[in-house]
Design a protein around this ligand. Structure first.
Ligand SMILES: Cc1cc2nc3c(=O)[nH]c(=O)nc-3n(C[C@H](O)[C@H](O)[C@H](O)COP(=O)(O)OP(=O)(O)OC[C@H]3O[C@@H](n4cnc5c(N)ncnc54)[C@H](O)[C@@H]3O)c2cc1C
Length: 441
């Protein structure tokens, strides 16, 4: 039996606990906050009384690890899955749909891209060639940003603007000129997998409801969850991590420690991390995501969701189409939309009122019905530390699971998973920790 501490109960910490609990490990999960889930959580909006995510999260059928975790927790039945990828793009000039439903898997994507409206055939063919090369790893893009890659492969501007840019913002949460191209390649590799499933997934409940059953699961699996338990230090003895100390001064002994908290905290918990990860910590930067919720008396679009083109706002989600709310909520607030701006650091210093103005102008330019709608309630979330910026430079510096301490491991969407900083990346980091800890057992 190994006695293991996990610091941080975000998706990485929870997944690590689930993976390790199968292997006769006794686990204690320390979480600073009063709730589970880290950045993947939801809360009740006091005015509408609706459960809102801390930023709308886009999930995909290619998230095989996260879907596996939800199956273990028994909450995978709260997911509304597209049969295959179908994304409406709305622009002032022309609107179109990327519809991959005609055929399964790769063929569906080929058909979907070839059917895009108002894009030249040469742009579509070049895009398909690039996707094929990315998914098969046939081209060298290690040091390239997404923009450099698109330039290098002479992808025409019409399809960059109408397909590549919205995709890059959605999956990498970063400006294409900064985002690492290798991560985009990994996304294609996973999406064009053998199962042929590449559709998007919309949870019908908030993110916290998806992971809440972990509390019951933990009770059965030798796992203690300590909430409001901020870890202050990792204790070392003879070159090994021997335990942890909380901010309340409580000390616990462990055989191994998994650090699954925010990367900038590493040097606070063990001083030597400031030397071991010096370059990474110095280069570390975060991306902002802005999420605006609007409750309206009228429907402005029948679409479930859409990519918005030519506006600062990038995505609009019609929450009433997939999120469960009771009849009383619908009677009071008939329509609810969530609008997302990813990679939004350029808006860090503007006020919520100014953000609302930008979003209103954007919606009005694409959904004229908005002019007649009455705004019943609104809510702005500006989340400055949403995900780390993974540029080609940072990608090479992302810390590996193993540290220089033999029984101290790292988990989190920021570690070297080869994936973007996503929920699936957090699960992959947990799988990496499991592989290392199994070597110790
Ligand atoms: C607005 C927004 C939108 C997003 N959209 C998407 C999306 O569409 N698709 C997608 O896949 N991903 C999305 N993400 C990213 C996704 O939320 C993260 O990748 C994932 O939640 C990361 O999980 P994690 O466990 O690695 O880190 P975290 O969730 O940050 O977990 C770290 C945990 O450690 C705890 N902690 C910190 N310090 C201590 C301490 N000293 N002691 C104990 N505990 C501590 C923290 O409280 C936290 O709970 C989005 C994120 C945001 C913020």
């Amino acid at each position: 039996m190994k006695n293991i501490a996990i610091i941080g109960a975000g998706i990485a910490g929870i997944s690590t606990a689930i993976y390790l609990s199968e292997f006769n490990c006794e686990i204690t999960l320390f979480e600073k906050k009063s709730f589970l889930g880290g950045r993947s959580y939801s809360f009740i909006d006091k005015i509408s009384n609706e459960e809102l995510n801390y930023g709308e999260h886009l999930l995909s059928e290619s998230y095989s690890l996260f879907l596996g975790i939800l199956r273990v927790l028994g909450t995978d039945n709260n997911l509304i899955k597209q049969k295959s990828l179908r994304v409406p793009f709305i622009s002032g000039a022309s609107s179109y749909i990327l519809d991959c439903s005609r055929f399964r898997g790769k063929l569906g994507l080929v058909y979907g891209i070839l059917s895009l409206k108002d894009i030249s055939l040469i742009s579509k063919i070049k895009t398909l060639q690039l996707i094929r090369n990315l998914a098969s790893g046939a081209i060298e893009i290690t040091n390239m940003s997404c923009s450099e890659m698109l330039n290098n492969f002479k992808i025409p501007n019409d399809i960059i603007y109408k397909f590549w840019e919205p995709l890059i913002y959605a999956v990498l949460n970063l400006n294409p000129s900064e985002a690492a191209a290798t991560l985009l390649a990994k996304v294609f590799e996973l999406s064009l997998n053998e199962s042929g499933k590449s559709g998007l997934i919309f949870p019908s409940v908030g993110l916290s409801a998806l992971i809440e059953p972990f509390k019951e699961y933990a009770k059965k699996m030798n796992c203690s969850i300590l909430l409001n338990a901020e870890v202050k230090q990792i204790i070392f003895k003879n070159g090994f991590a021997s335990g942890i100390r909380t901010v309340l001064g409580e000390e616990y002994e462990f055989d191994a420690v998994v650090f699954a908290a925010n990367p900038e905290l590493m040097p606070k918990l063990w001083t030597d991390a400031s030397i071991e990860y010096l370059e990474f910590l110095n280069a570390l930067e975060y991306s902002t995501i802005i999420c605006v919720h609007l409750w309206l008396d009228e429907e402005i679009s029948e679409l479930d969701f859409a990519a918005m083109l030519g506006t600062q706002s990038q995505w609009i989600f019609n929450m009433r189409k997939y999120r469960f709310v009771d009849d009383a909520a619908v009677a009071k607030y008939p329509h609810h939309y969530s609008i997302i701006i990813s990679g939004a650091n350029h808006l860090d210093h503007i006020s919520n009122d100014e953000i609302i103005k930008i979003v209103f102008d954007d919606i009005l330019s694409l959904f004229p019905k908005f002019q007649e709608a009455k705004i019943l309630h609104k809510q702005v979330m500006k989340i400055k530390k949403s995900t780390i910026k993974i540029t080609p430079f940072i990608n090479k510096l992302r810390p590996e699971t193993k540290t220089s301490i033999p029984n101290l491991f790292l988990a989190g969407d920021w570690t070297q998973t080869m994936l973007p900083a996503t929920i699936e990346g957090a699960c992959q980091s947990a799988l990496n920790v499991k592989a290392e800890i199994l070597k110790l057992i």
